[in-house]
Design a protein around this ligand. Structure first.
Ligand code: CTP
Ligand code: MG
Length: 171
């Protein structure tokens, strides 16, 4: 049970970073309206500077609060847990933007559902935090847990955000 709690608390900053832009995002797009030679936007209007920064700050704050009250066993040095929150929050928002970049290359419109939507941001967060954690974090069991929880939570939270009027589409 402890292990499950550890994994959930590790993922929490990632989910916070991913969710907060829906509430606090908006304004100037991260790609400044730039288009690629394929005629599509680099990232699209859904990825905003404010949303990116809000996600990184909120995810870092969530990781910081967790680090104050609970010691996660994954970090090479326990003091790295604070930095870890920032790294996974940054990874989440970069992964989110990379996901949009890929979507646009496949000519999938902003806000349209896409197979990678649910999981890409978690993968990039995990890749970016790799230098700071023990290799055991990437055990197959843990990865399956991350995958399953994210596949369940992402559509669920999107649906709730849609019902609450925060999001125009239920995905
Ligand atoms: N958002 C933002 N800035 C970001 C990321 C998200 O402002 N860097 C906000 C936008 O209002 C966006 C909403 O959060 O519409 C939902 O994010 P997401 O589902 O990632 O974007 P999509 O609208 O699905 O766009 P895309 O197709 O590019 O993923
Ligand atoms: Mg989306």
């Amino acid at each position: 049970m402890d292990r499950i709690l550890d994994l959930i608390l590790f993922l929490l900053p990632i989910y916070v970073a991913n969710a907060i832009p829906v509430v606090l995002g908006g304004g100037a797009p991260l790609d400044f309206g730039l288009r690629m030679p394929d005629g599509q936007r680099l990232l699209g209007d859904s990825k905003t500077i404010r949303g990116f920064l809000a996600g990184v700050i909120a995810g870092t704050a969530a990781g910081g609060v967790i680090a104050l009250v609970y010691r996660l066993p994954f970090f090479i040095d326990p003091r790295m847990q604070f930095l870890g929150g920032f790294i996974v929050a940054l990874g989440t928002m970069c992964g989110d933007a990379m996901g949009s970049f890929i979507k646009r290359r496949f000519k999938v419109g902003s806000g349209r559902p896409f197979i990678l939507d649910s999981i890409f941001f978690v993968v990039i967060a995990l890749v970016l935090v790799y230098p700071f954690v023990l290799p055991g974090l990437y055990d197959l069991g843990n990865l399956v847990f991350f995958l399953v929880l994210t596949i369940i939570l992402h559509p669920l939270t999107n649906m709730i955000a849609n019902r609450a009027g925060l999001k125009n589409v239920p995905w």
